[in-house]
Design a protein around this ligand. Structure first.
Ligand SMILES: Cc1ncc(COP(=O)(O)O)c(C=O)c1O
Length: 519
């Protein structure tokens, strides 16, 4: 046997790296990352670069015939990413809903890759599986679910919600949907959610065979919360028509404005009508752990399933999502098959080893749980309460500052999302044409603000009005960072108003088509 990694015929395997070189490369990389973290506050949050500029930096030919030294490849990758990325770890990144990544998670990903555990089944990843199991138990505890809850780590909020959707679908009695498919239900299944629900629901209805027409979009009130009365009416009307309401989705923090649906009311309605209640807690689910959490979040504990997103408010690096299904057997019944080639002779409940491939759609699975486990341990519950609480406080502080700043108009304030817009002093009356102009002005303001590199926010559309939106899921943000935003917005707003008003307000303008609040 050779003493060197991957050595054949006196040559190292092309991908092998001598341990001493690996050590040097690794130390160098960690040094670069530490320098980056140290210099973050002084760096621009984002740079304005066109796709062509970035493509020009990459080789345009096919895969190189001959390999290059790992030092060279790694140094080049580090430089490309440090020089041309949007830094969501920056203290002034408040766009979309993106958690500022904790350094412990960065190290966890390195360790996880080195161990290369396949979280598909227990016997090939024993300790990784047990760590994931502990993460699920801890998560259940944080949100008021029982300790024996079913659940697993997934890639993000969409996947977590898909699992809740599929568990609800599999639990519909009488149709044997897993074997017969949705055609067995003759198109009678209906799902219900507020108009503000994230687009995962359309994708789920589409991908899992119901079609998007199977979703009833229920109106929201002025605070962007689902109107329970309208929901009840829709369900009762569908029942009278012989349809089968099988799923109600409640939001624990909507993607646009962070609104929390009346989850306790929704839970009661679902109990009454015997409908599966799923909560999308991708954004705000973890807030339930706070001693002073908004009371509606107590409704999460009454749901049948919930999606959470550690890569948002647990501040771990992308990817890490989480799905919990309160009745663990129901989760397994949603995904379980046991082909002979994977037969592991595990017989729940006698054998307590978990094969996570039986609890979700993925087979080979990365060890996402490690970074969540390490983050939960290093911050502890009290650390999370402090960081999440502080993010909410900063968002409220921003709302106060907006209210005190001339020419800024407040919008919504929920959890850690604050919305507002720039309104030049003499345009505050808001005729139709002025409103269209203000939407255009604020859309351009947003683009210029991002280009400035001084802060990064996104937008929300509320009742046709384009609002600037700061979402703080960032443990690096301070009051000083927040205090800078109103003046920055005002300065850019004034500049743009001078440039745009002479032409834009005199013609009948059509508002820019907005993108979305999720990347
Ligand atoms: C409420 C809500 N649900 C689902 C998602 C999708 O999460 P992910 O991007 O992690 O898939 C998001 C993303 O922002 C969200 O805010």
């Amino acid at each position: 046997m050779s003493g060197r990694e991957g050595e054949t015929g006196g040559q190292l395997a092309p991908l092998a790296i001598e341990p001493s070189t690996f050590r040097t490369l690794g130390h160098g990389l960690v040094d670069s990352i530490a320098d980056f973290l140290e210099s973050l506050p002084k760096l621009p949050v984002a740079r304005e670069e066109a796709p062509e500029q970035l493509r020009a930096l990459l080789d345009r030919g096919p895969v190189p015939q001959e390999g290059i030294a790992p030092e060279e490849a790694l140094l080049r990758a580090t430089k490309l990413l440090l020089d041309h990325s949007v830094f969501n770890s920056h203290p002034r990144f408040w766009g979309y809903i993106t958690g500022s990544p904790a350094p412990i998670g960065m190290l966890a990903d390195l360790l996880s890759s080195a161990m290369n555990q396949n979280g598909s089944s227990w016997h090939v990843s024993p300790m990784a599986t047990e760590i994931e199991r502990q993460v699920i138990r801890w998560t259940a505890d944080l949100i008021g679910y029982p300790a024996d809850t079913g659940g697993l780590l997934v890639s993000g909020g969409n996947m977590g919600n898909f699992i809740g959707f599929l568990a609800a679908r599999a639990a519909v009695p009488g149709f044997d949907l897993r074997r017969k498919g949705v055609s067995g239900s003759q198109g009678r299944l209906r799902a219900y959610a507020s108009e503000e629900t994230h687009t995962w629901l359309q994708k789920a209805a589409d991908m899992f065979g119901l079609g998007t027409n199977a979703v009833r979009w229920i109106p929201v009130d002025r605070e962007q919360r689902i109107v329970t009365f309208e929901l009840r009416k829709a369900i009762e009307s569908d029942l009278r028509s012989g349809l089968v309401p099988f799923l109600v989705v409640g939001n624990a923090g909507t993607v646009s404005t962070g609104a929390i649906d009346p989850l306790i009311e929704l839970a009661a309605l679902c109990r009454d009508k015997r409908i599966w209640f799923h909560v999308d807690g991708s954004y705000g689910g973890y807030v339930a752990m706070l001693p002073n959490a908004p009371p509606d979040l107590a409704g999460i504990a009454e749901s049948d399933s919930v999606a959470l997103d550690p890569h948002k408010w647990l501040y771990v690096s992308i990817e890490a999502g989480c799905a919990l299904v309160k009745d663990r057997a129901k989760l397994r019944e949603t995904f379980h098959y046991q082909p002979l080639y994977y037969h592991s002779f595990v017989e729940p409940p006698k054998d307590t080893r978990i094969n996570y491939n039986e609890y979700g759609p993925e087979n080979s699975r990365g060890f996402r749980a490690l970074k969540v486990w390490l983050a939960l341990q290093t911050a502890g519950r009290s650390g999370y309460e402090r960081m999440i609480g502080e993010n909410i406080r900063l968002a409220q502080e921003l709302d106060h500052l907006v209210r005190e700043t001339e020419e800024l108009q407040p919008g919504t304030q929920n959890l850690s999302i604050t919305t507002f817009r720039y309104v030049p002093r003499d345009l505050s009356e808001g005729t139709v044409n002025q409103e269209v102009y203000l939407n255009r002005l604020n859309a351009k303001l947003l683009a210029r603000l991002k280009r400035s590199g001084e802060a990064y926010i996104s937008h929300a559309i509320v009742g046709g009005t384009l609002l600037l939106r700061a979402c703080i899921v960032n443990f690096r943000t301070t009051s000083k960072d927040i205090a800078a935003l109103p003046e920055l917005v005002k300065r850019i707003g004034k500049e743009l108003d001078v440039e745009m008003r002479p032409t834009d307000l005199t013609v009948d303008v059509v508002a820019d088509s907005p993108g979305g609040t999720s990347p």
